[in-house]
Write a protein that binds this ligand. Structure first.
Ligand code: NOJ
Length: 502
């Protein structure tokens, strides 16, 4: 299928590219950047939510699934974007946020209007809350005085969870997917799709010694796979080439992969590697070995709109380490998902005061810490979980203004980094697809592996001498081959890719 060899690029619209001078990214801004994206090798775009929304969670609180937020443009602009991308042989997948809707969505407004309303059961209403906590902090239940019941929200209280036990909800979502398929999209990214509430058991979650809750009764509920199979089967019946990727809220490899079993999603986001807090080569190697054996092709990424950028988080602003990670991403078996700006090594944006924080998770954290430890500490703690860090406006121009959030930090080595991405994607296209990874080994801080035709050595540590398999010539990186061709000498923090000579 097309997506097995595609390089994806995530666009967080508000901070990508602005076309009308309001300092906020928009759909026409994406259209303008299509030639740039094509030029450096992108095959498919993932657009984060662009639907009308009160933007409590910056678009992940949708109030109309079949329209465009006027801040971002119009349906006509969207249609042009799809058409122009297709002309350039690029595909577009869109974000589908159907675990919850905004409480401003007409479905919720109707549901909240009375206990007898036919849409009452589209959401999860209970007379009494249980102990479930929201992933953004605090209770996951909100009292509604008008009807004297509580509704469930696994994220913000303005994001009410849909009831996936209700058959009409499922049908309404199929209608939404049909709407976008009719406009030519090539696939869907399903937001927190293992959170769907499909059971009415509502058993309290166990609380650990550290006071944190084990979310074992509110996610991955029994019966969820059945619903998700139906969803995927419906999509594949419309057109088997439509791509589905699941966002599973877990960093456990086995859990993530359980959602790509037969009949489920084409793939899922591998947060086990993608969201590592620190570069941990042993974990990386362990999981890499397992992922190389798995049947369904994994995703590979080190960045997204939900975490600090890998330039800071993993590479610690070291250009050489950043390059090694780029090789791992692109010369491998896996679907790379790049996040806007990483190809230029842009860095985190860090708000300096509460008023500049947009991310609801960080705002909540600030309030929590303020009570406990005071103002200056609250800002530090909030920024530690602040998803605004990766959402800084992309600094395309030196005089760029931002209309909603500060600018992402410019990388002085942006040009060289972009050249690396471009060269490695070219290499992936000429030498790939890489379907079999062999001989994965971690020796000290040096990770090596082989694809069908290439030997890859990523030396994260001190200078080393690494043995070679067969007769190889250098095609990327900076290592020096020994005269007899049996060894390559790599400087510290360097990579080397060699191709078999026939
Ligand atoms: C996952 C999205 O990536 C994140 O940005 C959002 O806040 C939650 N889902 C809730 O929709």
């Amino acid at each position: 299928m097309w997506w097995e060899n595609a390089v994806f690029y995530e666009i967080y619209i508000a901070s990508f590219a602005d076309s009308d001078g309001d300092g906020i990214g928009d759909i026409n801004g994406i259209r303008k950047k299509l030639p740039y994206l094509k030029e450096f090798g992108i095959d498919a775009l993932w657009l984060t939510p662009f639907y009308p929304s009160p933007r409590v969670d910056n678009g992940y609180d949708v109030s109309d699934y079949c329209a465009i937020d006027p801040q971002y443009g119009t349906l006509a602009a969207f249609d042009l974007l799809v058409e122009e991308a297709h002309q350039l042989e690029m595909r577009i997948i869109i974000d589908v946020v159907v675990n919850h809707t905004s409480t401003k969505h007409p479905w919720f407004i109707e549901s909240a209007s009375g206990k007898e309303h036919p849409k009452r059961d589209w959401y999860i209403w209970r007379d009494q809350p249980n102990n479930w906590e929201s992933f953004f902090g605090g209770s996951a239940w909100k009292y509604d005085a008008a009807t004297d019941q509580y509704y469930y929200h696994s994220f913000a209280e303005e994001q009410a969870d849909l009831n996936w036990q209700n058959q009409e909800v499922k049908q309404a979502v199929f209608d939404v997917l049909q709407f976008w398929l009719g406009r030519g999209v090539d696939g869907f990214r399903f937001d927190v799709i293992n959170n769907l509430t499909v059971s009415d058991q509502f058993i309290d979650n166990p609380v650990r010694k550290d006071g944190k809750q084990d979310h074992c009764n509110d996610v991955n509920q029994p019966g969820i796979k059945h619903v998700l199979k139906e969803l995927n089967q419906w999509i594949k019946t419309v057109d088997p080439s439509i791509f589905t990727v699941a966002e599973i809220s877990s960093d456990q490899l086995a859990r993530i992969n359980s959602y790509t079993e037969d009949g489920l999603f084409d793939t899922a986001f591998h947060f086990n590697l993608g969201s590592m807090e620190e570069l941990d080569l042993e974990k990386l190697t362990r999981d890499f070995k397992e992922m190389s054996r798995q049947k369904k092709i994994p995703t590979l990424f080190f960045n997204s709109h939900d975490m600090s950028r890998s330039w800071q988080r993993l590479a610690k602003e070291n250009r050489d380490i950043y390059r090694l990670l780029t090789v791992f991403l692109l010369i491998n078996r896996g679907i790379p998902f790049l996040f806007q700006g990483e190809e230029q090594g842009v860095g985190d944006y860090l708000p300096q005061q509460l008023a500049d924080i947009r991310d609801i998770q960080a705002k909540n954290k600030y309030q929590e810490e303020l009570i406990l430890r005071g103002k200056s500490h609250a800002l530090i703690m909030a920024n530690q979980v602040n998803r605004d860090r990766s959402r800084g406006m992309l600094p395309w121009l030196s005089n760029q203004q931002s209309g909603w959030i500060g600018l992402a930090a410019v990388n002085q080595e942006a040009k060289g980094i972009l050249a690396d991405y471009q060269n490695l994607i070219r290499l992936q296209k000429t030498e790939g697809p890489f379907t079999a990874i062999r001989n994965i080994e971690l020796t000290g801080d040096c990770l090596s592996y082989q694809t069908e035709s290439l030997q890859i050595i990523l030396n994260f540590g001190q200078p080393i001498k690494h043995s070679l398999e067969g007769n190889r010539k250098t095609i990327f990186g900076n290592g020096m081959l020994s005269e007899d061709g049996h060894w390559v000498h790599l400087p510290a923090k360097a990579c080397w890719i060699g191709k078999e000579q026939l």
